[in-house]
Design a protein around this ligand. Structure first.
Ligand code: FES
Length: 567
């Protein structure tokens, strides 16, 4: 039962299966109950397949099939694959928000990897939070790990035209509220929008985070963007299984891949693809797991020097299937080469530069050259000012140009229920120049910082042809959404941030180019309001919710739990 292979670091799994004692015999005997023969205990690497499959996480519902492909690769390379489940976070069905549970999933992933006899792990993810949660957990466990995303859905098609998850449904919903889309058409769209397995097929949070996994060097090259329904999705899963066996033998750990250079590459890629604003929170949280601080200023600096070059909704015109055919993320990274840290090590055992050396762009309408970008700066920028002392974010490429320098009267909603009750009230005092403000939507206030930030345009304005307004909150926004929406205001209102002090009729100034967000109220008046402010009652007294409220960090710190960061 001794490890016959002495040319590599010892395998973790040998502690469980190697000794000639009662405990190891029991470990082997119970695996034999699954029909395994003794040949699987000959010292070969054990590869865990960490599966976020769930029928409640619709975007990940095909991951059992992807796991089968990974198993083929592990077996072919001489490893033992063992698939295991964790909790899964389904964006469309989970209430109040998956973000409330991202850290719980990360803890589940981390503790499973640490507690079981795994020499490497393949992380199967897709829907928004499943990718960062798995990488956070794997980073903390620091056992060799490789990510295999489930891939985006095929394009939605309606009346012969491609339509994109979230982005187009929001547009159609506004059309329905304005009386431009009939009930019958609305039902047709429901049948046409999600026509294959996979996650949202715009550059929403899922496509952004799987692209971040690739830009961080945590996937095989090209793994992020292959559609879920494409056979090459299964081929790359098989290759990833093979590679996991090699990584187990080499001992190549996440801490060697998730370096400052890798995070710089990921932020650079995020800006070039017009990635979801949520990527900022998740990247800060992942980096925190390996002890790397990512201040918001770093995102802004990189944004100023990275052109937006990827023509995908919601900031562009095409869908993820088109991006894959155009060359996918490797082609984007190749274009970004002069700006990247090409020496960053990846899970291939090679550098990012080596991985993308042969990448090609096949469609310049979709992936633009650096010299002819869609926008000269990155998709997301950081705002600061007396309304957001620790920062706020806005996706400038999805915002209306005429609203990016704007001063307006605040129309204030104290919380989500207040907003839903009043926003369409014909008596609401609001015009297109007003600034909609939503409070109590942050990590503690909501709780869980839901995607409420793209507040509905009041119906009477929609009917008058207004499609965008400045909106400000401590919430997040779906990566599929768009508009002049300021998010992640930090500190949040429920934590006593200045957003809590905004009152109906105050004037707010937004200057995206100048990176400023100001509440134009004299400091003496704000001081008076601060003294009168009382914190809201906590949402939970027991259980996970209480732990969440006691330990959740603010948006600019990545919303991880304070005790999960590497110190
Ligand atoms: Fe799962 Fe959009 S709902 S990725």
């Amino acid at each position: 039962m001794s490890d016959p292979d002495t040319s590599h670091p010892p395998l973790r799994s040998r502690e469980w299966f190697g000794p000639n004692d009662l405990r190891a015999m029991t470990a082997r005997a119970y695996l034999r109950a699954e029909g395994l023969t003794g040949s699987f205990f000959d010292g070969r690497p054990v590869v865990g397949i960490c599966n976020s499959w769930s029928e409640l996480t619709t975007c990940n519902a095909h991951l059992r099939q992807v796991a089968e492909a990974v198993k083929r690769g592990v077996l072919a390379a001489g490893g033992l694959p063992l698939e295991f489940p964790t909790i899964s976070l389904g964006e469309t069905l989970m209430k109040p928000t998956t973000m409330l549970y991202r850290n719980l999933m990360a803890m589940d992933v981390e503790e499973c990897i640490r507690a079981y006899p795994l020499d490497a792990v393949v992380l199967l993810c897709g829907c928004d939070k499943t990718t960062p949660a798995q990488i956070m957990g794997a980073a903390s466990a620091d056992v060799p790990a490789i990510v295999v995303p489930g891939g985006p859905m095929l394009r939605g098609m309606w009346k012969g035209k491609p339509i994109g998850s979230g982005t187009d449904t929001r547009r159609f919903w506004n059309g329905k509220r304005a009386g431009e889309i009939t009930d019958e058409e609305w039902c047709e769209i429901e049948r046409c929008i999600s026509r294959s397995a996979g996650h949202c097929m715009v550059m929403g949070t899922a496509s952004t985070m799987t692209s971040m996994a690739e830009a961080l060097g945590m996937t095989l090259p090209g793994a992020a963007n292959i559609p879920a329904a494409d056979s090459r999705r299964y081929a790359i899963a098989e290759e990833s299984g093979r590679r996991a066996v090699e990584m187990a033998r080499e001992g190549l750990r996440p801490s060697q891949v998730l370096t400052l250079e890798a995070f710089e590459n990921a932020i650079r890629a995020d800006m070039a693809i017009g990635g979801s604003t949520n990527a900022i929170i998740h990247l800060v949280a992942i980096a925190g797991r390996v002890g790397i601080p990512l201040p918001l200023e770093m995102f802004d600096e990189i944004s100023r020097t990275t052109p937006f070059i990827t023509n995908i909704k919601p900031s562009g015109a095409y869908l993820m299937e088109d991006m894959y055919y155009a060359g996918g993320l490797p082609a984007v990274l190749k274009e970004l080469s002069p700006l990247l840290r090409l020496n960053a090590l990846t899970v291939t055992g090679k550098t990012m530069g080596e991985n993308i050396a042969q990448a090609e762009c096949f469609n310049r309408e979709i992936i633009k050259p650096l010299s002819q970008p869609l926008y000269p700066e990155g998709g997301t920028v950081i705002l600061k000012g007396n309304l957001a002392p620790h920062g706020a974010v806005i996706k400038q490429t999805a915002a209306s140009p005429h609203l990016q320098k704007h001063k307006g009267r605040a129309v204030v909603f104290e919380n989500y229920e207040d907003m839903m009750a009043r926003v369409d009230d014909p008596k609401l005092s609001v015009d297109e120049n007003c600034v909609l403000v939503l409070k109590s939507a942050g990590p503690k206030g909501a709780p869980g910082m839901p995607e409420w930030g793209d507040m509905p345009i009041p119906e009477k304005l929609l009917k008058a042809g207004i499609s965008d307004m400045v909106r400000i909150s401590d919430a997040r926004m779906s990566g599929t959404a768009y508009g002049t929406v300021v998010l992640h205001v930090s500190p949040e209102s429920a934590d006593g941030g200045p957003l809590a002090l905004v009152q109906e009729g105050d004037t707010i100034e937004l200057d995206v180019h100048g990176r400023r967000l100001e509440l134009l109220v004299p400091e003496a008046e704000l001081k008076k309001r601060r003294t009168a402010w009382t914190p809201p009652e906590p949402h939970y007294q027991r259980g996970y919710g209480r732990m969440f409220l006691e330990h959740i960090l603010q948006a600019h710190e990545g919303c991880d739990f304070d005790y999960l960061r590497k110190v």
